[in-house]
Design a protein around this ligand. Structure first.
Ligand code: PEP
Ligand code: MN
Length: 309
């Protein structure tokens, strides 16, 4: 590479000069990561009930988000904490996503669940705690479904990019990197957001990079300014936790925006997105609304076969 950036030879597939063009990851709804339009993934930390998810999905769609997030399988530090509702939550995510014209991203923790999660979701999230779960990376690499690869709890940029290399080597080129803060000596915030990786990765890799300010700072009122800063630094999108009733959330309530706070953030973001030379997500097209599941229909029938090859 020119520009003096040290790019190890071991980045065979993810390195910037491995491709003529930057990677643009496109979901079936038309949502993109890495193009002119940014991606806004929003929703609760965990799917808790169909009512909770419906309220969150309706609010984030109305505010202009284009991708619904929500955990069905939660990687919790304590085995006694809420672990997620599993396949029930996947069904709720698909239903709510289709209902409001949102694509769906959700975490997969186990190699044995990749096929199941991919049946419902448009994008598979590999969580920070699994960034170096190599069998899981290989499995999602074989799946061809777009992957959101979070940075590990204390992963170096090199470890993170080599984790992405595993997925690409498996044949899946649709990888989006997500900075979510790393452990630091200071517990004033939950993690320490490494915002410098946004422009740094732009030099090293052709893969898109988004920022998750919610897990980075862990404090809801700090999320909006850090979200704005991330977009100004060149992030191709954001992942934001939004809950209709944060004080009663079963996980990550302290860092979750309520629906009004999220709407305010989206308004604040618009001029910064323009400043960064990008566009806010387009509202869902009428055709994606027409295809939406109707209440009572079998959620599986609404799943589109279109996947990125
Ligand atoms: C999450 O997105 O809810 C999550 C568990 O994130 P991370 O893996 O970054 O901690
Ligand atoms: Mn969370």
């Amino acid at each position: 590479m020119e520009r003096g950036v040290n790019v190890p030879q071991s980045y065979r597939l993810v390195r910037r000069d491995a491709r003529a063009e930057r990677t643009v990851v496109r979901l079936h709804t038309g949502a993109t990561f890495g193009g002119e339009e940014i991606a806004i993934c929003a929703g609760p930390c965990g799917v808790e009930s169909s009512e909770q998810l419906d309220a969150a999905a309706r609010a984030v769609a109305a505010a202009g988000a284009n991708i619904l997030r929500g955990g069905a399988y939660k990687p919790r530090t304590s085995p006694y904490s809420f672990q997620g509702l599993g396949e029930e939550a996947l069904k709720m995510l698909r239903y709510a996503g289709d209902r409001y014209g949102l694509a769906v991203v959700t975490e997969v923790m186990d190699t044995r669940d990749v096929e199941l999660v991919a049946r419902y979701a448009d994008m598979l999230q590999i969580g920070a705690r699994n960034m170096q779960n190599f069998p899981l990376l290989r499995e999602v690499g074989a799946s061809r479904v777009p992957v959101l690869l979070k940075r590990g709890l204390s992963a170096t940029v090199q470890e993170w990019l080599l984790a992405a290399e595993y997925v690409l080597l498996g044949g899946n080129e649709n990888v989006v990197l997500c900075e979510r803060g790393v452990r630091s000596f200071d517990v004033a915030t939950r993690n320490l957001l490494d915002i410098s990786v946004v422009p740094l990765l732009e030099e090293i890799t052709h893969l898109p990079v988004i920022v998750d300010p919610s897990h980075a700072v862990g404090i809801a009122r700090l999320v909006p300014p850090i979200a704005v800063a991330s977009v100004a630094a060149g992030a191709h999108g954001l992942l934001i936790e939004v809950h209709p009733d944060p004080p009663n959330a079963l996980s990550d309530g302290a860092q979750s925006l309520d629906c009004n706070q999220f709407e305010l953030l989206m308004r604040r973001l618009a001029p910064v997105v323009e400043f960064a030379g990008r566009r806010m997500p387009r509202p869902p097209s009428p055709s994606s609304r027409d295809n939406a599941a109707t209440p009572g229909s079998d959620v599986r029938s609404s799943i589109r076969g279109v996947r990125l090859a």
